[in-house]
Design a binder for this molecule. Sequence first.
Ligand SMILES: NC(=O)c1ccc[n+]([C@@H]2O[C@H](COP(=O)([O-])OP(=O)(O)OC[C@H]3O[C@@H](n4cnc5c(N)ncnc54)[C@H](OP(=O)(O)O)[C@@H]3O)[C@@H](O)[C@H]2O)c1
Length: 243
Amino acid sequence: MATTSKAVLLLGANSDVAKEAILLYVAKGYYVMAASRGVKELEAFSQKYALSKDKVHILYFDAVAFEEHKDFYSALPVKPNIVVYAAGFLKNNEEALLDWNGSFQMMKVHYCGAVSILNIVAMDPENTSLERIIGLSSLSGVRGRKSNFIYGSTKSAFTQYLAGMRQYLFKRNIIVNVVVAGYIRSKMTAGLQLNESLMLEPAFIAQAVVHAGGQFTIVPGMKWKAIYHILRMLPERLVSKLP
Ligand SMILES: NC(=O)c1ccc[n+]([C@@H]2O[C@H](COP(=O)([O-])OP(=O)(O)OC[C@H]3O[C@@H](n4cnc5c(N)ncnc54)[C@H](OP(=O)(O)O)[C@@H]3O)[C@@H](O)[C@H]2O)c1
């Protein structure tokens, strides 16, 4: 790698949003460590976009293999300036209510895995270059709603973790952001019946990630910003009428 480049670690890098972020970070001159279970898919992606190994380094990472996270972090070719946690798993709420494994997997991917690896990142005393941690969370985590409260509650926990971590890291000048996204046209939502006028493209969300500023909560898209603010203020009796 070019030693002058800043480094970004993308966790769950085979996500459609993360792949767009890879392209944007590379265009900005970052050295990208793309970490995912989908190593083969990422290699094909790198080939398609002619991303050389000195620009994008692909690593195996499983968010739920908690006991491997320390070794994974120690083996990174360089310690990151920016870390993005993008791993996500969606199980339909009705199915998750009947299937503990599905519910537990959402908890593990969105919360336990994130806490496991991001604690290691944040508590590395040798990485004085760490500038920013960004988590991909969801509007589903803003209020408990009957149609998606299992996925939503795991994202809510993730958001609260990031909020506390932001306060904890403030004195070290490390910024923590949460991207609170609405509907994204990605592998995760393929086949779902969602309001087309509210769908956002992965590249649009990736722009919000890569251009994250100082504020904690980033809600990409004007419509979703409005929905986010209304949802936060809505009395519980009205939230209970929503799907
Ligand atoms: N799509 C939406 O409408 C939406 C809305 C709000 C927030 N989000 C969040 O945005 C993030 C990106 O999602 P996306 O829309 O880009 O969907 P996506 O393309 O399905 O990406 C999710 C990625 O998470 C990875 N993943 C799942 N379990 C993992 C594990 N144990 N270890 C490592 N990686 C794992 C998957 O890897 P594999 O490819 O290996 O399966 C997949 O690439 C997720 O956190 C998601 O929850 C999505």
